[in-house]
Design a protein around this ligand. Sequence first.
Ligand SMILES: [Zn+2]
Length: 282
Amino acid sequence: MSRRSKEKENERPWMAIGSDVVRQIRRHARSSIKTEVCGVLVGHEDGGGMEVEACISGVNAEQAGAHVTFTQDTWEHIYKVKDQQYPNQRIVGWYHSHPGFGIFLSDHDTFIHKNFFSSPKQVAWVCDPHSDEEGCFGWVSGRIERLTQIQIIDRQGGEGAEVGGRPEPVMSASEDDEPPTGQRWTPEPEDSETISLTQLTTTVLSYLSVLLIGFMIGWYFFPRVMVVPVPVDPLTGQPLELRQRESDRPRVDSPQNGQAATSNPPAKSGSTDAGKAGHDKQ
Ligand SMILES: [Zn+2]
């Protein structure tokens, strides 16, 4: 049993397809999200398998219910493009889309494959533009089966894809090249700068408001404490009462003399007495 299944696995042809071709088929399928589209695969056979190098979209394909049909016009267009652009390649299979109903070959699809793509290496590529699933069917021991050995070739150094993969091409190379987080982090410095600027402004404003409140509190409380000593400040000799009393004295003519007199002990004692007297009077 196991040997038989192994032999069968060896009979199963492999296929290789360019990632650019996969993308082209996806684009074609997505261009018609409700109805099926079709086309042919162009490439060459290689030993136990074959390689798909290009595809030609089938224009003027007829929609018969849910199934696509290659009309005479479709074939004419396909052969015209093939002779012009791919004269040395062969038509190695066909593709069509199943918008929203998965990867399989219907009876109609099997009919097309048997009648138009009956060569042992010719394959049928199916893709679902809704789920981005893909699959490939080929001849295995005279029957049409789903192929398991499918290789996506990244020939142009661009992004690749995996069969039956997720939305948008998933390629290890493109993922390893540059992590998406690097791109996500790029705009962040601007954001943090803006945030820090906002924080700075907020901090400065809060400090200013605290200062203002402190100043108002100080302004509210201090005048009562300050106002009292100022009129009787003995050091400067400026108090109104003191000046009046000093003006009574004949010796003190100018403020300079008054200040000098205050610095002298005898004069100071007199002035302080006067100040005290004035203060007591208040
Ligand atoms: Zn189909």
